[in-house]
Design a binder for this molecule. Sequence first.
Ligand SMILES: Nc1ncnc2c1ncn2[C@@H]1O[C@H](COP(=O)(O)OP(=O)(O)O)[C@@H](O)[C@H]1O
Ligand SMILES: O=C(O)C1=C[C@@H](OP(=O)(O)O)[C@@H](O)[C@H](O)C1
Ligand SMILES: [Mg+2]
Length: 184
Amino acid sequence: MSGADAGPCIVLIGPMAAGKSSIGRRLASLLEVPFADLDDLVVERDGREIPDIFAADGEESFRALEARVLTEALRTHRGVLSLGGGAPMTASVQPLLRQAPVALLEIGPETAARRIGTGTGRPMLRGEDPLQRWTRLAEERTPTYRALARWRIDADRGSVTGLARRLADLIRTPAPTSSGKDRA
Ligand SMILES: Nc1ncnc2c1ncn2[C@@H]1O[C@H](COP(=O)(O)OP(=O)(O)O)[C@@H](O)[C@H]1O
Ligand SMILES: O=C(O)C1=C[C@@H](OP(=O)(O)O)[C@@H](O)[C@H](O)C1
Ligand SMILES: [Mg+2]
């Protein structure tokens, strides 16, 4: 890492269906910066859709590919970067995310229930009650999400545009740092 001018201006993390992709895209448009979604970058790199990668190669292989693509995006992408829900759980990317401007979008199971439906297109929700699976994954992952995040947003309330505006305000306001490097 070579400093604040390198890498994405914000990285969105959080559980499945929190709005990372939709809000990230809107935020990039508000900020007039490029948008990248890690799932799309993975599909672009691999040539197959995410459920097909899971079905053919398994989760471990997907995570290895996801981590490689994320590592590169953290170095090269200058705009808004939205991750998939499981991406921050891979140990090798966590030191990189700790250096990045990470915002966590949080939702509860009621909001997830309205959005995930039968879990179609989300291989991690397959095989049992999708909401129960969502809840278990969210519980397992939340401590890691919170440890990595510089900002936490309650994404249960507010429109995609409203939440994108809040994030835009957050990143425009220099965060107080222990080193005092943001002092005016
Ligand atoms: N704040 C919001 N209000 C209403 N619908 C939302 C909001 N955020 C996301 N959605 C909807 O929820 C679904 C999941 O959003 P998505 O951006 O794909 O989430 P993620 O990338 O976190 O999995 C999409 O249909 C999206 O339009
Ligand atoms: O939580 C997960 O493990 C996953 C979340 C998905 O992205 P979204 O969080 O954008 O749905 C996608 O990366 C893949 O299906 C696995
Ligand atoms: Mg997404």
